[in-house]
Structure formats: structure tokens, C-alpha cells
Design a protein around this ligand. Structure first.
Ligand code: AP5
Ligand code: ZN
Length: 214
């Protein structure tokens, strides 16, 4: 399956990605994770991306598209993939169309996770992530068994530097201005699957699985 996960910051894209990649056996391509890895490793790309991410702004399209195209040409993406956090602008969506055309493949679905803005802020601020395996938790909605420690691997949990209230609010505004037009873009092509993201995590996963199995 060739899938896109669309939704505002904190909607649950990363959380549902963990479910979808296991259920449908596709690789997870998160542009946010790619940038965070580069920041951690101190690469030139990481240094350039960090300036934008810390302010809640989008990294310029030119930096993002090339990374995704390279990744989509890797062997594990030949039978499918899950794009999480890409595309995020109309320019990125049009570039992706061209990449897929060159690969002679088509998208199966764009999963649009819908959550209202007031809930997004508390979800993002309460998020904790495992330094070691990347698993996502929430201090009250989905806490680990032992505070600060990953259930899956025992790794230490941390809070993302862009998960502070002011930056989260900026990210939501950027989503409304630059990313939400993609809902129409994919809706017009009958690719869009709307998912009610305010339910609990398992119910959201069940709805996604049911929609994709048709
Ligand atoms: P990115 O890493 O993509 O972040 P985002 O889109 O802001 O999304 P989040 O990771 O914040 O949220 P999510 O939807 O994955 O939610 P999660 O599952 O973790 O991007 C970060 C930055 O990188 C951008 O701001 C930009 O600068 C840059 N960037 C990335 N891609 C780019 C691109 N294509 N172009 C330009 N720039 C780009 O869930 C959140 C919390 O809620 C968790 O704690 C979770 O446990 C909890 N939760 C999840 N689901 C539920 C539920 N159903 N009920 C209760 N709690 C839940
Ligand atoms: Zn872990």
C-alpha cells in the first residue's frame, strides 16, 4: 500500500504510523523524524532544518522534496510506504505527484486524521518520546508503566524542543495556512479517508484498518 498520513501537529500521525506499518507491512517515512535524526547527528541538513523547526515553521520545500524522493527510491519502498508529515504544502504535493509518476505507481489513500485545535495543544505538550526506539507516549493519555521509561525497550523518555505551548500554536497556524489545502487537493481525487482522531488510540487504529481494508 502507498499511503499518506495527513493531520495537524499532535493529531496522532506518529502514533497511528506505528500501528499501520505493522498491520500493512510498509516502511515508515517521517520527514520530521528524518530532520530530528540529522539534528542529533549534527549534519549540515540538521543545522539548517533546526532553525525552522524551533520556531514551528516549515523547513523550505527544496530541502524536503529531495530527501523524500531519495528515500522512495530505496528498495524497501518498492511495494509500498507510509509517508508521515509529507507532503505539507501544495508545492510538495505536486512534486510528489511527479516523483510517483516517474516511479509509475499511484497512491492508494490519504488518511486525514481530524482533531480540533484545543485538543492538539494538550496532546503535543504531554507527549514524551523514547530516545532509544522512538516510541511515543503521553503523560496522561498513554503513560508508560514507569514514569520516564519506555515500556518497549527501557530507554529514557524525552520531550521534543518544539512541544512547548507557543511553538505548538505556531505549528497549528502553519498547518491551517499551508497544509490544510491538501485536504481538498486529495479529496478532489477521491483519495481522502477522513478519520475521527478524537477517539482513543485503539478506536482510531480500528477505523483506519477498516477504511484501508475497504
Ligand atoms: P513532525 O515531526 O512531522 O511533527 P507534526 O506534524 O507537528 O506532528 P507531530 O509529530 O507533532 O504529531 P503527530 O500527529 O505525529 O502526533 P503523535 O502521534 O506524536 O514535524 C516537526 C517539524 O519538522 C515541523 O514543524 C517542520 O518544521 C518540520 N517538517 C517535517 N516535515 C516537513 C515537511 N514535509 N515540510 C516542511 N517541514 C517539515 O501524538 C501526539 C500526542 O498525543 C502523543 O503524546 C500521543 O501519545 C497522544 N495521542 C495520539 N493519539 C491519541 C489519541 N487518539 N488519544 C489520546 N492521545 C493520543
Ligand atoms: Zn523505547
Amino acid at each position: 500500500m502507498r499511503l499518506i498520513l495527513l493531520g495537524p501537529p499532535g493529531a496522532g500521525k506518529g502514533t497511528q504510523a506505528e500501528f499501520i506499518i505493522n498491520e500493512f507491512n510498509v516502511p515508515h517515512i517521517s520527514t520530521g523524524d528524518i530532520f530530528r535524526k540529522n539534528i542529533k547527528e549534527g549534519t549540515e541538513l540538521g543545522k539548517r532544518a533546526k532553525r525552522y523547526m524551533d520556531q514551528g515553521k516549515l523547513v523550505p520545500d527544496s530541502l524536503v522534496v529531495e530527501i523524500v524522493e531519495d528515500r522512495l527510491h530505496e528498495a524497501d519502498c518498492q511495494n509500498g510506504f507510509l509517508l508521515d508529515g509529507f507532503p505539507r504544502t501544495l508545492i510538495q504535493a505536486k512534486e510528489l505527484d511527479l516523483v510517483l509518476e516517474r516511479m509509475q505507481v499511484e497512491l492508494d489513500a490519504v488518511i486525514n486524521i481530524k482533531v480540533n485545535p484545543d485538543m492538539l495543544v494538550s496532546r503535543a505538550i504531554g507527549r514524551r518520546i523514547c530516545k532509544n526506539c522512538g516510541a511515543t507516549y503521553h503523560v496522561s493519555n498513554n503513560p508508560p508503566q514507569k514514569e520516564g521509561v519506555c515500556d518497549k525497550c527501557g530507554g529514557e523518555l524525552y520531550q521534543r524542543s518544539d512541544d512547548v505551548e507557543e511553538t505548538v500554536k505556531n505549528r497549528i497556524n502553519v498547518y491551517v495556512d499551508e497544509t490544510s489545502p491538501l485536504i481538498d487537493y486529495y479529496g478532489r481525487r477521491d483519495k481522502l479517508v477522513d478519520i475521527e482522531g478524537e477517539q482513543d488510540i485503539t478506536a482510531v487504529s480500528q477505523d483506519i484498518a477498516a477504511a484501508l481494508r475497504g
